[in-house]
Write a protein of this length. Structure first.
Length: 702
């Protein structure tokens, strides 16, 4: 009787839906009562439930691996201590069905006549089967496994198989929890990711700068942006010059020189200079935010709610129902329900998500965060891998390509002076010049105080010399002659996607430092591995034609697309998908987000833009492209594991149904084969994962 009362109590608590605000108010009231009546709080159902919720989440998080949880926290995608309402519902369902199953098993042993008391609970918990079966039939004209569940509930209730029925409902609750844990849930609307990280900006009024909240800006307000700051709005420059990094927005690998009347965009970075902007658009009206809106509206090619295992189980629903009906005249009600509970692939509901969780844990140990378990289903079918160029195949900081000497100075002297001028700067070009000087073990002169001015370049005084370092425009605006041969060197460098930093000493153009994109060390070996696996490779880039083609040729990429707008990246992927290709896209920028959502499998790198890491299904936590080889191998291993689970499910089910028809066996045989099959499948799903020998992976720098 105790278990029956617990069941009724559980049913009552399951129907109560408490809003977050009411829960907080109640918690506050309980804290106020603590000093006068602590026993009320000790036995509070609300507190007991909260402890249970935390306990279950911790146990399932541990099942998926502590490393994976830490990786999610590192990405700030799962840092909230608040348990989602969906997870709370799953946990309540798990608890109440568990109590119901425990009551049924216990009463079946000690007081079989009281088993009927568990029927209302089992009917209540089975209601979702009827609802889901009807929704699938009404909306999609499909008969799914929910119809088998609903039929099982009706037959079990009528025939008195209440104990097995209650246990099967509990196993279903376990499946729901495992499945939802294995699937990625976005923590926020994608458009909210584009909200500005800068909430305060500097506004110029009558020559006075005032700090103002971003949402209080009015159209035509004048903003001041300094070197190293992210531009917070879309606007037009009315004063000043600067070098702007638009890479994450446009894919352009080289910084862009900006002057009066040029447009600038939110989410881009002012590398050097000082700008006054007349605001045109802010917040959700900016170009960056409009990418977010397109992203929200983009139909997700991989947007399905069922894994391959679930799809197989659903396809078995109609044959199972037909055979159950045929079994009734042969083996009676016991045979009919035995067929229903022998459903082909039925126990894959448990073994499949457990296998997914096992692979998620294994991947996290390899520094691969798979946020969405459905990606494991798609990986074995990928036949085309598409890379973004800038920031994905190349690293953020460029590298020294060549030093051009135009006067009576050595290459080492030019590099020393350039490094000295850049030593207080923090942008990628400065990092590269200083790194090149350090690599050659050059002594960098000390920069004298108060002689550094920013614009398209730097003017500084050191060792009695006036050094001017920057773009061709900066040098020409400093009234220094740039000859035609030097302009040709500049044009050739820019056409190749290189940066040319010119250096003048005491008013004479003395040399130039040519920097080229730095290829990720792991990129060549990854491309070779993919080719060996018969997988096509492609680059889609917002960068110019010549550097994109050059990189494709160096790596042996099969196909490339240059000068591609963000929305066109997704269009190219969809065209390939419409031809039957399965696409994996790897990108890191705002301009890659729409393509990431469109692809069958999406991969980004730790350290990429927030929208890229939130949209992508898989994150390479150490930003090492070499892990793509591991992903390909894991996809194949997962496929083999699922095929084995399918065999371990189908063969016992076939034997069970054959026994029901040939030997007039019933529920006992079905239950025995079901639990045997489940035990073997779970063992297979949780065993250590063995991957084939992979090529050595060169480490990429983060």
């Amino acid at each position: 009787m105790l278990f029956s009362l617990l069941t009724i109590s559980a049913l009552a608590t399951a129907t109560i839906k408490v809003s977050d605000s009411r829960r907080r108010k109640r918690a506050g009231k309980q804290r106020r009562l603590l000093s006068t009546n602590p026993t009320n709080t000790s036995f509070s159902l609300s507190q007991m439930e909260e402890r249970y919720q935390v306990y279950i989440e911790q146990k399932f998080d541990h099942l998926m691996g502590d490393g994976r949880k830490q990786q999610l926290q590192q990405l700030n995608t799962d840092t909230s201590a608040e348990i989602s309402e969906e997870a709370r519902k799953d946990n309540r369902y798990l608890l109440t069905t568990g109590i119901n199953a425990g009551a049924a098993v216990t009463l079946g042993i000690v007081a079989p006549s009281l088993l009927i008391l568990t029927v209302p609970g089992s009917l209540y918990f089975s209601w979702r089967h009827f609802r889901w079966a009807w929704q699938a039939f009404k909306q999609e004209r499909r008969i799914t496994i929910s119809a088998v569940d609903a039929a099982s509930a009706i037959v079990a209730a009528a025939a008195g198989f209440w104990r097995v029925w209650a246990v099967s409902i509990f196993l279903f609750a376990v499946f729901i929890k495992l499945r939802n844990k294995a699937k990625h849930k976005s923590q926020q609307k994608l458009t909210s990711i584009f909200s500005q990280t800068t909430t305060l900006v500097w506004v110029l009024h009558d020559g006075i700068e005032t700090e103002t909240r971003l949402e209080q800006l009015q159209e035509s307000d004048v903003l001041v942006v300094r070197s190293g700051e992210v531009i917070p709005v879309d606007g037009v420059i009315i004063d000043g010059t600067g070098l702007v990094d638009e890479r994450l927005l446009t894919g352009e690998s080289q910084p862009v020189e900006k002057q009066v009347e040029d447009n600038v965009f939110a989410s881009t970075l002012l590398l050097s200079g000082h700008l006054q902007l007349q605001m045109q658009k802010a917040g959700q009206q900016t170009v960056a935010a409009r990418i977010g809106e397109i992203l929200e509206k983009t139909s997700q090619y991989k947007n399905r709610h069922e894994s391959m295992a679930e799809q197989f189980v659903d396809r078995s629903a109609v044959p199972t129902l037909v055979m159950s009906a045929l079994a009734f005249p042969v083996s009676g009600i016991s045979g009919a329900i035995g067929v229903l509970w022998s459903s082909f692939g039925y126990n894959m509901r448990i073994s499949s998500p457990m296998g997914v969780i096992n692979f998620l844990r294994h991947a996290s140990e390899k520094q691969i965060l798979i946020k969405d378990g459905l990606a494991l289903d798609e990986l074995p079918h990928i036949d085309t891998v598409i890379f973004d160029k800038t920031g994905t195949l190349t690293e953020e900081d460029p590298e020294l390509h060549k030093i051009h000497v135009f006067a009576d100075y050595s290459e080492a002297d030019l590099l020393r002076y350039a490094a000295a001028a850049e030593q207080r700067q923090s942008h990628p070009i400065a990092h590269s010049i200083i790194a090149a000087a350090n690599k050659q073990k050059l002594t960098i002169p000390t920069l004298e105080e108060n002689h550094c001015k920013l614009g398209y370049g730097i003017e500084a005084i050191m060792c009695g010399l006036t050094i001017q370092l920057g773009s061709s425009r900066f040098i020409e605006e400093s009234h220094i002659v740039v000859s035609k041969p030097i302009r040709q060197i500049r044009d050739t460098a820019e056409a190749n996607g290189h940066s040319l930093v010119m250096l003048a000493i005491n008013g004479e153009l003395s040399g130039a430092i040519e920097l080229q994109p730095r290829l990720r060390p792991s990129a060549p070996s990854v491309i070779n591995f993919l080719k060996q696996q018969g997988i096509k490779t492609c680059i889609i880039s917002g960068d110019r034609e010549i550097p994109t083609r050059a990189l494709s040729e160096v790596l042996g990429i099969d196909q490339y697309f240059a000068n591609t707008l963000p929305e066109n990246k997704a269009s190219i992927i969809k065209e390939l998908q419409d031809k039957g290709q399965k696409i994996c896209f790897i990108g890191d920028g705002l301009n890659d987000a729409i393509a990431l959502k469109q692809a069958d499998v999406s991969v980004s790198l730790n350290g990429a833009t927030t929208v890229a890491t939130d949209t992508a299904q898989i994150i390479l936590m150490d930003a090492n492209l070499g892990h793509l080889a591991t992903l390909v191998a894991m996809g194949k291993a997962f496929q083999e594991s699922q095929k084995k689970n399918l065999r371990l499910s189908v063969i016992p089910a076939t034997l069970s149904i054959a026994g029901i028809f040939a030997l007039h066996a019933g529920l006992v045989l079905a239950a025995a084969m079901f639990y045997l099959s489940m035990g073997l499948s779970i063992r297979n799903s949780t065993k250590a994962i063995q991957l084939p020998q992979l090529p050595s992976q060169d480490k990429d720098s983060k």
